[in-house]
Design a protein around this ligand. Structure first.
Ligand code: G4P
Length: 202
């Protein structure tokens, strides 16, 4: 998505070899028109799937899941990172190992919001190590829903997230794929093919 790549070139700050700061327009302050355009783009890419629900994880996936839900005319659900006291009903849950925070937490979704009659499109802001997204994929599969695929706004293709998801048989589309980055130099990959492969079994 050229518009998105242009914003990343203009405003993205490379904090280290692995961390890109985009909080002026994507995940702290949010450019609402760009978010809506991102939602329309995911809706276009997954138009061949009969999506009934968009799923994301709090917090930074929410604006893109909502935009995608609006474009598709379906609800979105966001997984919670801690079981809220109001979530008294049965939940699907999955452990997520956060590589950025070096801690394990659980994500959960009320069972009544995901089920075998659903076709789910997962949307998130970053595809990095894939830890959170693998947790969402596992919950969708446990619910008996069909998984349409995973749409990510920014993919760091030099990290293992895409490979992990593809090896679980998941269709992955990212709107901006970063092949490599260093301060002042962000390079994009051109297509949806894996750049980095890991050989260990999942
Ligand atoms: P993922 O690939 O499945 O997203 O999992 P990972 O554990 O690698 O990422 C952990 C968190 O760090 C995620 O947010 C993800 O969006 C964020 N993240 C990963 N790489 C970058 C990066 O280069 N820049 C920024 N800004 N964020 C990054 P989270 O923990 O779920 O937090 P939040 O959604 O509440 O912000």
């Amino acid at each position: 998505m050229e518009l998105l790549k242009e914003r990343i070139r203009q405003e993205g700050l490379v904090l280290s070899d692995t961390v890109l700061k985009v909080d002026s327009f994507l995940n702290h302050q949010v450019d609402t028109q760009l978010a809506l355009a991102i939602g329309r783009e995911f809706a276009r890419i997954f138009a061949d799937k009969p999506v009934t629900k968009v799923l994301t994880i709090e917090a930074s996936g929410i604006q893109f899941a909502m935009a995608t839900g609006i474009a598709l005319g379906v609800p979105f659900v966001y997984a919670k990172k801690k079981k809220a006291v109001t979530l008294s009903e049965r939940v699907y849950s999955a452990p997520v190992r956060s590589f950025t925070r070096q801690e394990e937490y659980r994500v959960c979704v009320a069972q009544k919001y995901l089920g075998p009659s659903d076709n789910v499109l997962i949307v998130d802001d970053f595809l990095a190590t894939g830890a959170a997204l693998v947790g969402l994929v596992d919950m969708v599969r446990e619910s008996g829903a069909e998984l349409a695929g995973v749409g990510c706004v920014v993919e760091k293709s030099f990290q293992e997230g895409r490979s992990l998801l593809e090896r679980k048989g998941v269709r992955v589309h990212s709107l901006a794929r970063i092949a490599s980055m260093s301060p002042g130099d962000i390079r994009f990959a051109e297509n949806d093919h894996p750049i980095h492969r890991i050989e260990e079994p999942v």
